[in-house]
Design a protein around this ligand. Structure first.
Ligand code: DGJ
Length: 728
């Protein structure tokens, strides 16, 4: 067990291999106070770190209770009673009174980790982790709050969530219910967030932490292209290899707030959870609200340490079976090849070309159903268009299977077009504010997925389609953000629940899908990477990273994504050229190199490729077969960032046994250089000898790491090399 309670000190201690997290019960009242989070400390008498003013009288007798609560580092702050920093919990009574503060009631420590009802969360058995359930209460409100902390045995991760229960006799309204808070001293912190836009997701932004509130958030109804439910606080001089990093990531796919606040005494409060804006949740007596899970990662080995912990945690404890360690099939997707303009013959032509080169799956994207030849109709009518596909999906899948390939299908279950049979029959199924015409985006409206009958209606259609043919993969798309967030089925005082109920509805549908089709490979997508978050990864082991398929733009997008998420989760395709996103022309080989570390595929008309390009495909697939597992299951090292140096990019993956290392080097922009680029590698075994596939040189891991690897001289823009080091 790695969680302990010291009764004398009234301190809880959570240990992971490299970190310690300490919670104290402060004062007689037992405020759950944050004492320490950082490098592992063996001592058992750490209460001195609470640093309460020794002259401060007991809280109950104090004439200055406000100062006490205003400064106390708190595990789950309430509001309205002297703590003016961001709160995790805000409550309104039936009379409209707003105040709340928690004190300790009881606790339990047990092995393993309970699941969160209706919500995705990391998983762990007794051999993996232990959980502290800290029960607190606000007596005046009759409110009970269970704070869950899971500490992992082999990873420096602590997962937190809260369950809020109304034990009183009157209804209460939660107006904020975040997942975690971290109150710390400022260690000359920088803050990292990931920002972006459609087709430019997860750009890394690092800046000095300033006074006041800063961070990332979404109120778009999805985790969003614009921001990630993530923040990292790191020492100002921390880099990839050195320095302390504190990171938070939310296992959730809707509105969120991830915020750091530097307060008057230069303390830092970091919080993460569902965004309070637009949120309200009515709790009748006896009812409970469960927050999503926040993952806290601590690293004393710089950003690399943080990244490795997230990657290992998500690969081992979030991604579900049977895909957890299974190689992902290479695929060809017809979207950028044909858009809506295809028929059975065209698809079979593409499939034949793909099968002949060894591609393992054909994915049929948008346009196979209703009368969808353009994007302004038919979402909601999940019936195959037999004009385009005579014989239906069964026939198509059989033909493709006969070529030795798998067959996959695109769907967009959360949406409806006004021009659809579904909308004509049930206009009330769309989110809308009565009296207002709902906002269309890409000619579509959002279905009120919070309603069981709406989910049932769509899911029944989906199940029939997926049962009609041998469909082994589904791309679940979602192509607009939420507006008109009102439901016909919620009472006035529950409309604030809709954003969250929508997300719960999506989770329920995906859970059901995977229960009915347990071997299905699900890939989530949201106009590219608009919902690339751990919530979605709980259901789908891979996510379409971005609609931007230009190899050069992708370098930065994939770098930001891989800061948190394993390479095995990133859909990455060799796409059409000139790029449909930005018109850039890049060599076929380079596009292959940029896509290789992810879930590899093609997204272009294979029948239009030159002989020379077609001839490259078997080699690219062979590399994916041979080294895909090193990228997907090994340790990832960011050796060079084109985003930073504007010249070249280098990703290194090292197998867990350190016998194979693969360097994916992209020479982006040529410039005059007298000396070649020297790249010090990382993660190798210093004593082991490795042979380079590029030069045949044999050198020790120490030489490759501390001396460095001399990159071949390259001319021209947008070229690259895959260099493999094998232990000899
Ligand atoms: C957006 C996705 O990101 C694309 O890959 C494609 O599936 C289109 N939607 C289809 O409408």
């Amino acid at each position: 067990m790695n969680i302990f309670f010291n009764e004398q000190e009234r301190v809880f201690r959570l240990d992971t291999p490299g970190s310690t997290y300490l919670i104290a019960l402060a004062d007689q009242a037992g405020f759950p106070a944050h004492m320490y989070y950082g490098r592992r400390i063996p001592d058992d008498n750490m209460r001195y770190l609470l640093r309460l003013n020794p002259n401060m009288p007991a809280f109950a007798d104090s004439g200055d209770q406000l100062a006490y609560l205003g400064e106390l580092p708190t595990e789950y702050p309430g509001h309205g009673l002297g703590d003016y920093r961001e709160s995790c919990l805000r409550v309104e009574t039936a009379q409209g009174y707003r105040a709340c503060n928690l004190t300790y009631r009881s606790h339990e420590i047990y092995g393993g980790k309970p699941g969160l009802e209706g919500l995705p969360a990391t998983r762990g058995g007794e051999e993996d982790c232990a959980t502290l359930e800290l029960v607190c209460a606000d007596e005046a409100l009759g409110l009970e709050v269970h704070l869950y902390y899971t500490a992992f045995e082999k990873l420096d991760a602590v997962c937190r969530s809260a369950k809020i229960v109304n034990r009183g006799g009157e209804a209460l309204k939660l107006t904020a219910a975040l997942s975690a808070c971290l109150d710390m001293d400022n260690k000359d912190f920088d803050i990292i967030t990931l920002h972006g836009s459609w087709a430019y997701e997860r750009m890394i932004q690092r800046r000095k932490l300033g006074w006041g509130k800063q961070g990332a958030s979404s109120t778009w109804g999805i985790s969003s292209h614009q921001m990630q439910p993530f923040l990292a606080l790191l020492e100002h001089d921390a880099n990839q290899e050195r320095g302390q990093v504190y990171a938070m990531n939310l296992v959730y796919s809707g509105n969120f707030l991830a915020q750091a606040e530097m307060t008057q005494q230069e303390n830092v409060r970091a919080v993460i959870g569902i965004h309070p804006e637009g949120f309200g949740w009515k709790l009748n007596p006896g009812e409970a609200f469960q927050t999503p899970e926040a993952v806290l990662v601590y690293s004393s080995h710089g950003l690399e340490g943080m990244t490795h912990t997230f990657h290992d945690l998500y690969r081992k404890h979030l991604i579900r079976e049977p895909w957890r360690n299974k190689p992902r099939p290479s695929l060809v997707n017809n979207w950028e090849a044909t858009y809506f303009n295809f028929d059975k013959e065209k698809l079979l032509d593409i499939a034949r070309t793909a099968a002949g080169r060894g591609i393992e799956m054909l994915v049929l994207d948008d346009g196979w159903f209703g009368c969808r030849d353009t994007d302004d109709n038919s979402l909601g009518d999940w019936v195959v268009n037999e004009k385009k596909l005579p014989g239906g999906l069964r026939y198509l899948a059989e033909q493709i299977n006969a070529m030795g390939m798998k067959f996959g299908l695109w769907v967009e279950p959360e949406m409806v077009c006004p021009n659809s049979n579904l909308y004509r029959a049930h206009p009330d199924y769309a989110l809308q504010v009565p009296g207002r015409k709902p906002m269309e985006a890409r000619h579509q409206l959002v279905l009120d997925i919070s309603r069981p009958e709406v989910r049932e209606c769509v899911y029944t259609q989906l199940k029939a389609v997926l049962s009609s043919a041998n469909i082994e993969y589904v791309k679940w798309d979602m192509n607009r953000t939420l507006t008109d967030v009102a439901s016909f089925c919620l009472e006035a005082d529950r409309q604030g629940e809709l954003f969250h109920r929508y997300v719960l509805g999506v989770y329920e549908m995906q859970e059901r899908l995977l229960a009915d089709f347990p071997n299905l490979l699900l890939e989530n997508c949201c106009s590219g990477g608009g919902r690339f978050d751990p919530g979605m990864l709980y259901y789908s082991p891979q996510i379409w990273t971005s609609d931007n398929t230009d190899a050069i733009d992708r370098l930065r997008i994939q770098e930001g994504t891989a800061l948190i998420y394993p390479l095995s989760t990133m859909g990455a395709h060799v796409a059409a050229c000139p790029s449909h996103t930005n018109g850039r022309v890049t060599p076929f080989e380079t596009r292959g190199l940029v896509s290789l570390p992810g879930c590899f595929g093609y997204e272009l008309d294979l029948t239009q490729l030159t002989e020379e390009e077609l001839a490259m495909i078997p080699g690219q697939l062979e590399n994916y077969k041979k080294y895909g597992s090193v990228f997907h299951d090994g340790d990832y090292y960011r050796i060079a960032s084109y985003g930073e140096n504007q010249e070249y990019d280098a990703v290194l993956a090292v197998s867990k046994d350190k016998k194979t290392a693969v360097l994916d080097y992209i020479h982006v922009m040529s410039r005059q250089r007298r000396r070649t680029v020297l790249l010090p590698l990382r993660g190798l075994d210093g004593e082991t000898l490795y042979r380079s596939s590029e030069t045949g040189e044999i050198r020790s891991g120490a030489a490759w790491m501390y001396g460095g690897m001399v990159m071949p001289r390259m001319t021209g823009d947008f070229t690259g090399k895959l260099i493999v080091l094998e232990a000899v």
